[in-house]
Design a protein around this ligand. Structure first.
Ligand SMILES: C=C(C)CCOP(=O)(O)OP(=O)(O)O
Length: 264
């Protein structure tokens, strides 16, 4: 074999070894060990007590198809699938979080979640609530939940670092008992933040580099949430490629109705 060919082969071997080592390190999953000092979650009728409490305590915002605020209902009332298969339409948000390098935080919902337990999803989803006699602003709600679910200090999340990308109206029957019917406000956030997840909410998380994302998804050991899948299919690549100019691509006045797809 000629010297030049040997050199090329050697270079390719070193490059592929370095790459596979790099990938392993960069998408390393962090499974959260349960802390023995903490009391174990108590169940009532098979449902985790902490999650159960939120179902009847959290007051969500019921909206019409144009996202106009109509009134309030509990989180339970907003997710219960009726005998006719209908679910009350309410306002929600989904945060996609990126570090400064541009890697995206992917999380696995804990087994205690009432809706979509053990599914993989974007950084944080929840609802603006009715608090102090008024509808909570979506970015305030997102910061509140990022702090609660991922332990991100509030002072690491300047409201200016969020971009309100668009809204998505979708319906998903979930497990037939609890599902989703939401106008989901999609927020992008970029910044280096300290993460200390709440194990009642999240069982694993990792930061996925854009170049690894498509290959990484099929290796996940569970399904992905319908809303994450929908945004992934219709907008994620465009927005991820353009983290530096998101404001130009934002469509906050639109309410999309994308087709729902199989989540696995
Ligand atoms: C699905 C969306 C977009 C909102 C609901 O998310 P979650 O089911 O994660 O809400 P919480 O229980 O965390 O409030």
């Amino acid at each position: 074999m000629g010297e030049r060919r040997k050199c090329v082969l050697y270079y390719m071997l070193v490059r592929s070894l370095t790459r596979s080592l790099w990938n392993t390190v960069r998408v390393e999953k962090r499974t959260l060990a349960s802390e023995p000092s903490k009391p174990q979650p108590v169940e009532k009728d098979g449902v985790d007590a902490v999650q159960l409490e939120a179902l009847d305590r959290d007051i969500c915002l019921v909206v019409d198809e144009k996202d106009n605020f109509l009134g309030t209902a509990t989180k339970r009332e907003c997710h219960k699938v009726g005998d006719d298969g209908k679910i009350l339409l309410h306002r929600a948000f989904s945060v996609f979080l990126f570090n400064k390098r541009g890697d995206m935080l992917l999380q696995r919902r804990s087994s205690q979640k009432v809706t979509y337990p053990d599914y993989y999803s974007n950084a944080c989803c929840s609802h603006p609530l009715y608090l102090d006699d008024k509808a909570e602003d979506v970015i305030t709600a997102a910061r509140r939940r990022l702090h609660h679910e991922l332990g991100i200090p509030l002072d690491h999340m300047d409201p200016e670092l969020f971009t309100f990308m668009t809204r998505v109206h979708y319906h998903d029957p979930g497990d037939g008992v609890f599902g989703e019917h939401e106008i989901d406000h999609v927020l992008f956030f970029q910044g280096d933040v300290k993460v200390k997840p709440n194990s009642n909410e999240i069982s694993e998380y990792c930061f996925v580099p854009k170049s690894e994302f498509n290959a990484y998804l099929p290796t996940l050991e569970g399904p992905i949430t319908p809303w994450f899948n929908m945004i992934r299919r219709h907008r994620l690549k465009l927005w991820w490629d353009n983290l530096h100019r998101l404001k130009e691509l934002a469509e906050p006045d639109k309410i999309h109705k994308f087709m729902t797809e199989n989540t696995k």
